[in-house]
Design a protein around this ligand. Structure first.
Ligand code: THU
Length: 133
């Protein structure tokens, strides 16, 4: 799938955002290493702290449907700027991202920026994972 198509899917996913508190719509289109695409949007809660970001919604959908790795993650928001994944999402994504995985940020006006996942989270816990095995 082209980057543009993945970006469009992230935008489509944002239309289902449940964000009555922040009024920020976020959509994510995540491509697995098997080439399947899963979508997610942010789902807020009156407790605030139980809100789930679009990226983790898409990731948990993928993993629960059998995905074994993530190749690309496109994120669209209606903020007017390129919104990167939060630290919590980077940490959770790091468990599944391929070594050369990419994050594609997409703005409301259609700007796109591809960033290697490793640039967003340069030190992950792969050493600890090995240690714990
Ligand atoms: N949000 C995401 O869904 N992904 C991000 O990368 C950052 C923030 C959501 C959480 C909340 O619903 C809203 O954006 C404002 O923080």
């Amino acid at each position: 799938m082209s980057t543009g198509d993945l970006a469009q899917k992230a935008k489509d996913a944002a239309s289902r955002s449940y964000s009555p508190y922040s009024q920020v719509k976020v959509g994510c289109a995540l491509e697995t290493k098997e080439g399947r695409v899963f979508l997610g949007c942010n789902v807020e809660n009156a407790s605030f702290s139980l809100t789930l970001c679009a990226e983790r919604v898409a990731l948990f959908k993928a993993v629960s449907e059998g995905a074994t790795g993530v190749r690309r993650v496109a994120i669209w928001s209606d903020t007017g700027f390129l919104l990167p994944p939060c630290g919590a999402c980077l940490q959770v994504l790091s468990e599944w991202m391929e070594k050369d995985g990419e994050v594609i940020l997409v703005s409301e006006d259609g700007q796109e920026k591809s960033i290697p996942f490793a640039d967003l989270l340069p030190m992950d816990l792969s050493g600890l994972k090995e240690h714990l095995r």
